[in-house]
Design a protein around this ligand. Structure first.
Ligand code: MN
Length: 482
């Protein structure tokens, strides 16, 4: 079975739960969790006679995402009803968007392992509400239903069949997840189901333009599983076709334990859902002023900063990837580089010190007031040879957070850490050492010049890290040469 004979065609439908306080069409709490059936009201329960109300934040978040992905916003769009019956959908229909979604087109720029960027084309983005959750494994005789999630606002990002491998799917999901966190519109948490995707997988002979019947693997909530499901489906479909069979359009579920897919149901066609505009909700009209306001509030995007950091700051791909993973670090980098022009030193401080500090102190997902001014002063002190790199990172860095009102130079002075290039001071230290280790001095003088390392180490210790290494080295050598 040669996989080179075929290529895998993948399209993704990614559902992202928006981080609004209330649900899409009523005031119920939209947060994840809570005791079952506590985030509910007559509207979430779909009682007859209740009326939905638009949630402005859902619309604004969907616009932000669309703008970030270069999609064309439909300034007039509307909600439709998608009709089907299931226990976790008490209304008997889902409120979603069909003919006129919030935006069409656009693309997700993904960076592949070889460094190339691929723009994965999007078909459209639409808004909708989530359904509740059926639970089948709590009771041997009954199924349970939790409607806390019913009516929680989602956006669904529907890609073109533009992805070709598990690696690309991985990169796509990672890029989207980072983006929704960056825009503060979702926590992107896959374990809680804030992000999950349906993978449409088909194969075709290499070089063919024809699209074969596709299978849809539902509700992947882990990128690892998505990759596994795609690998399994690719192999299954190739084997089927090689044996002379035909792939049937189906909806599948993935079993994470066995790593296999199995049929859930034959795929419905769209007309089975009898979509029609929801008569209870007015069309959504976004004014040009409103759109301009949202545009003006958009932050610089991760891929824009990637360009800036690699081109303008001349940073490596490795450093840049880390620095553009989270918005707070990326923007801190921008701020710091306005104050200090050794960009590599700025990057090192953020990567080696600030990020670990945030992780250790559980501050990763919090708004942190960074002492940027102090960070830059710290880098200035190192650049001016006033403190050594190790003193800066081991002794001064942790103190900065506790003393953010004190200029770092004063702090270093107070802690007696300012490096000395005072030649009397260094000369005294060197004399002390030569006296302490006469044997080693003799060996050095016989030609074992490598011992300079030993003397330097001792001198730095004696000076409590305050000796300027360059000056100290010169003075030591002079004395050792005799
Ligand atoms: Mn959907």
């Amino acid at each position: 079975m040669s996989s080179k004979k075929y290529e895998t065609i993948i399209g993704l439908e990614t559902h992202i739960q928006l981080g609004t306080k209330s649900k899409a069409f009523c005031g119920d709490d939209a947060r994840f969790g809570g005791a079952p059936n506590t985030h509910i009201s007559a509207i979430s329960l779909g009682h007859p006679g209740t009326l939905p109300k638009l949630n402005k934040t859902q619309i604004e978040y969907a616009v932000k995402l669309s703008l970030a992905l270069n999609a064309k916003i439909n300034l007039t769009n509307n909600f439709d009803r998608k009709n089907y019956f299931y226990t976790d959908l008490p209304k008997g229909y889902q409120i979603t968007q069909d003919n006129a979604p919030i935006s069409v087109g656009g693309y997700v720029p993904i960076r592949l392992a070889d460094g190339t960027v691929k723009n994965v084309e999007l078909h459209h983005i639409h808004m909708e509400e989530d359904a509740g959750k059926s639970i089948h494994d709590l009771d041997s005789k009954n199924s349970m239903v939790d409607l806390n999630r019913a009516g929680v606002p989602l956006v669904e990002v529907v890609s073109e069949p533009d992805l070709r491998s598990g690696e690309e799917v991985d990169a796509f999901m990672n890029t989207l997840r980072r983006l929704v966190r960056w825009l503060d519109i979702s926590d992107g948490n896959m374990e809680h189901g804030s992000m999950r995707c349906d993978c449409n997988v088909s194969i075709r002979p290499m070089g063919s333009q024809e699209l074969f019947a596709r299978c849809e693997v539902k509700n992947m909530n882990s990128m690892r599983f998505a990759r596994k499901a795609i690998d399994f489906e690719t192999k299954r479909q190739i084997k089927l076709v090689e044996k002379g069979g035909k792939v049937r359009q189906q909806t599948l579920q993935f079993d994470s334990v066995t790593g296999t897919t199995s049929p859930l149901r034959d795929k419905e066609d769209a007309h089975d859902y009898r979509y029609f505009p929801d008569p209870d909700l007015p069309p959504i009209v976004i004014s040009p002023e409103e759109l301009a306001r949202i545009k003006s509030e958009m932050p610089a995007l991760p891929w824009e900063l990637y360009e800036k950091f690699t081109q303008e700051f001349q940073l490596s791909d490795y450093d840049t990837k880390i620095l553009t993973e989270e918005k707070n670090i990326a923007f801190l980098m921008l701020e710091l580089c306005k104050k200090h022009d050794n960009y590599k030193a700025c990057a090192n401080l953020l990567i080696d010190k600030v990020r670990p500090y945030l992780a250790e102190n559980d501050l990763t997902d919090t708004e942190v007031n960074f002492p940027v001014e102090r960070f830059s002063e710290l880098l200035d002190l190192v650049a001016a040879d006033k403190v050594s790199n190790s003193v800066a990172s081991q002794k001064l860095f942790p103190e900065i957070w506790k003393n953010s009102d004190t200029p770092v130079a004063d702090l270093a002075e107070k802690m007696n850490l300012i490096q000395s290039s005072d030649s009397d001071f260094l000369s005294d230290l060197a004399d002390e050492l030569l006296e302490k280790y006469p044997d080693k001095v003799a060996v050095y003088r016989k030609g074992k010049k490598g011992l300079i390392g030993f003397f330097m180490g001792e001198l730095m210790k004696l000076s409590k890290g305050k000796a300027n290494p360059k000056e100290a080295n010169a003075i030591l050598r002079k004395k050792l040469e005799g």
